[in-house]
Design a protein around this ligand. Structure first.
Ligand SMILES: [Zn+2]
Length: 474
């Protein structure tokens, strides 16, 4: 017996009573009250990221939430205005998340991204860095329908700031928090301005990192972070709710990690003048591949075992972009053609540049995909994010590429869907209200033509998208 209608919240009891009364007088249709809006999706296969596939269900959506998921024979209390939708042969899954996007990175895309996300079934996004006032304004100014947008505000960096806006090709996504004493006021101001979480970056000092984390905890704001370069993944990670790009885990997993860390710390201490971007880029390019070459599984297990409560957002499609080139995919031209002409032209120049870089060093790309299996083995949670539009990330489209890479790395399709639904909801402590196709969840849903559990590429077969109970794409 799957009819969950009988385990209703008190607020809905009234509607049931009304309906029961109506049933006494007529057996066809009844009224759950003038304010209850009902939509019934019939004959649909439900793909839930936790329980998997259940065939031929009916899904009742009431006032923006899922009121019931039952077998076809179950009698539901339907009102006379119920809208019916035949989902025969289709697959209904929760709306997807992209856990790592930047609305204000590329001005030609800022106002296009929200629509593209919905086109591809992405109903929620986490903006992981940009000016807080600009992002808060954008979030309210974007016309509906739009995905649920959660913002962090700027990348919280150190005395030197990686994204300081000096180079016009890199927008000022970051801000400096030069001393631990400034952390509390910084986080308080962000929360006041509308931040849903904070994002800590790579040049922050360890004491400031700790102070920022404490300030965020105090205000119940989740923490997304890169590993600060003065620290290691296992020292910084446990304080964060999510870590981005798998970056700097390679250093922590190297047999000579202490030596590499000491070199790195010395260079940062001695850096008194110049661009934060150059300091960061220099360290990555000098230490990343040597660290991977000294990968030590036993050491890495110790590191990963500290991260079982910290979601890793690997952004595999970004980490692999120069090696496993997105523009060589068959579906690339059609996806690119959806972008504004100015974006297409700028990206084409970048693609031409990438094509000239030969040979490409595949070390970091391959290592990133390899690490997925290790994260799974050690029970480290994984979230799906893309960094779109950075690194040729087409909004929406690139999330599906990310899902493919996660499966390539060793996840089952169901685990990959979980990474793009339940895990991001967990980051925001919302997993009891969003991310599944079960009673009580918000009706952010995607209808697919093909089963994503047999082949994750089917997540692209989007036929309709629902946001809080309303079809926004059909
Ligand atoms: Zn980013």
């Amino acid at each position: 017996m799957n009819d969950t209608r009988f385990a209703l919240a008190p607020s809905r009891m009234q509607a049931v009573l009304l309906c029961t009364c109506a049933l006494l007088t007529t057996l066809v249709g009844c009224d759950t009250g003038p304010t209850t809006r009902q939509l019934l999706i019939e004959n649909v296969h439900v793909v839930d990221p936790v329980s998997g596939l259940t065939e031929n269900r009916q899904v009742l959506v009431e006032d923006g939430s899922i009121a019931a998921v039952t077998d076809a024979s179950a009698q539901l209390a339907l009102n006379t205005q119920v809208e019916r939708f035949d989902g025969k042969g289709r697959y209904l899954m929760p709306g997807l998340w992209d856990m790592h996007v930047h609305f204000i990175y590329d001005p030609t895309l800022t106002h296009e991204m929200a629509d593209l996300f919905l086109d591809y079934g992405i109903t929620s996004v986490r903006d992981t860095g940009g000016d807080i006032a600009q992002l808060a304004d954008l979030r309210s100014a974007l016309p509906s329908p739009k995905p649920n947008i959660y913002i962090s505000g700027p990348l919280l960096d150190g005395k030197f700031v990686v994204y300081d806006g000096t180079d016009p090709s890199r927008p000022p996504l970051g801000t400096g928090v030069a001393a631990p004493g400034a952390a509390d006021a910084t986080v308080a101001a962000l929360k006041e301005a509308g931040a849903d979480f904070i994002k800590i970056y790579e040049l922050v000092q360890p004491e400031t990192y700790d102070a920022l984390a404490a300030a965020a905890r105090k205000r119940d704001l989740p923490i997304a972070s890169h590993v600060p370069l003065m620290m290691t993944a296992d020292s910084a990670g446990p304080l964060a709710d999510s870590m981005e790009h798998l970056r700097n885990i390679e250093l922590a997993c190297a047999s000579n990690w202490q030596e590499l860390l000491a070199q790195r710390q010395l260079r940062i201490r001695n850096f008194t003048e110049g661009l934060g971007y150059a300091l960061r880029a220099g360290l990555h390019s000098d230490q990343r591949v040597p660290a991977i070459k000294r990968y030590d599984e036993a050491r890495c297990n110790t590191v990963l075992d500290t991260l079982t409560s910290t979601i890793q957002v690997p952004t595999l499609r970004l980490n692999t972009v120069s090696h496993l080139r997105p523009f060589e995919r068959e579906d690339w031209p059609a996806a690119l053609a959806q972008l504004p002409e100015a974006t297409q032209m700028a990206w084409q120049a970048r693609i031409d540049g990438l094509k000239r870089v030969l040979p490409v060093d595949p070390t970091f790309s391959q290592w990133s995909i390899f690490l997925i299996e290790r994260l799974l083995a050690r029970g480290v949670p994984i979230g799906a994010g893309t960094d779109t539009p950075i690194g040729l990330g087409i909004p929406g489209y690139s999330l599906h590429t990310e899902l493919e890479f996660l499966v390539q790395g060793g996840m089952t399709p169901q685990q990959a869907l979980y990474a793009a639904t339940v895990t991001p909801a967990e980051f925001f402590r919302m997993a009891d209200t969003i991310g599944r196709v079960t009673q009580g969840m918000r009706a952010d849903l995607v209808l697919l033509g093909d089963n994503p559990l047999t082949d994750i590429r089917h997540s692209r077969s989007v036929e309709a998208v629902m946001l809080a109970g309303e079809w926004v794409r059909r």
